[in-house]
Design a protein around this ligand. Sequence first.
Ligand SMILES: Nc1nc2c(ncn2[C@@H]2O[C@H](COP(=O)(O)OP(=O)(O)OP(=O)(O)O)[C@@H](O)[C@H]2O)c(=O)[nH]1
Ligand SMILES: [Mg+2]
Length: 374
Amino acid sequence: MKISWRTLPTVLLSDEILDKAFTKARKASERVEDPHKIFRTRKQMIRMVQTSADSIRSHFDNMVSTWPSLDHIPEFDYAMIDACVGCDDYRKNLATLQWAGETISKIAGQNVKKITRTANIEFMHSTRREFYGRVGSIMGRVEKPLKWLNEARETLKQLPQIDTAHPCIVVCGAPNVGKSAFIEALSSGKTEVNHYPFTTKRIHLGHFLHRRLQYQMVDTPGLLDRSMESRNAIEMQAIAALKHLGSLVLFLLDPTEKCGTSLVEQQNLYSEVENLLEGTDILLVTSKADLIEPRPELWDEVARHEQEYRSGEIDDIVDMPLLLDSNGHVTMSAIENVGMDSLRMEIVKRVMESQPDDPLALPEGWHMKTQGLD
Ligand SMILES: Nc1nc2c(ncn2[C@@H]2O[C@H](COP(=O)(O)OP(=O)(O)OP(=O)(O)O)[C@@H](O)[C@H]2O)c(=O)[nH]1
Ligand SMILES: [Mg+2]
């Protein structure tokens, strides 16, 4: 399942919704034909009240049903929405629209009754005017919620579009260790570049396919690359959200320190991430293996295996040696593309192990019918 904020239409503000509704209402009244003035006026006023109310009601109903309901979304999305805009506000503002639509419908019903019961033309007009006035004041009360939702949509649109039904590998580590380069190099298609709403850094979302299963990889700049003290509450919430997402976390460590963060600091960060994402499988990977002197012992052998693997069309798990550094940590070079395929294999194996096949699980999209439970 994947929430798509980008396809949500722009949020119209009160004035625009009112304009649309009143224009429709006027046009509807112009179509009324009746030679009898009282009957004609009655029909016209009723049409104006009903058409404008229906237009606004259906506009709001539509919004409420197209905006994702927080009750049925994956935990990751919930936590991200909460971190970015706040779930309580989200619910409250959508509920206000629902209320406005229902209230306008109700008042319209009362005014239509009044118009139906009178033969006084002036009273028909004034009832219609009174209705428009009340609609205007209700619309005044949804002005703020509409603006809020519009901003929320802009904010949420920036989130990476992660499909929580597929495995996701979270790639973290200090700034400049090569997170983005790693994702770029391992991705089969184009990577998506975005921001988390609370950082200006570019995040990358990429994927590769293995046996028709899509593996997503996302990096975490500005989230898991700073010390605890400098993180704010929103970032902490977003980190908590990552727990619901990661099938596997890769922590990249740049042994050359070319990234600008010392090894000691990087190791401290690693311990912090271990604590923060407790319970998630974390794999420590050293990056920039091409810069390690001397080159890792298995460099040539791994490169040869990977070349063979790439020239075949095997889509299964292949036994390949992992590229290891002198400390026994998995390593790779995104730039020279060595150690990447063997690490990809390791990722697939680990993800598969963390998600054991449940023989009783139904295929996605199946719903068990509840029978005899009425
Ligand atoms: N030699 C070498 N350089 C690399 C490798 N991977 C990344 N780099 C370089 O390291 C620098 C940082 O790489 P990025 O991928 O932008 O690092 P990042 O972790 O995404 O950085 P932030 O998003 O700022 O946290 C770039 O200049 C890359 O070219 C590698 O495997 N070998
Ligand atoms: Mg980056």
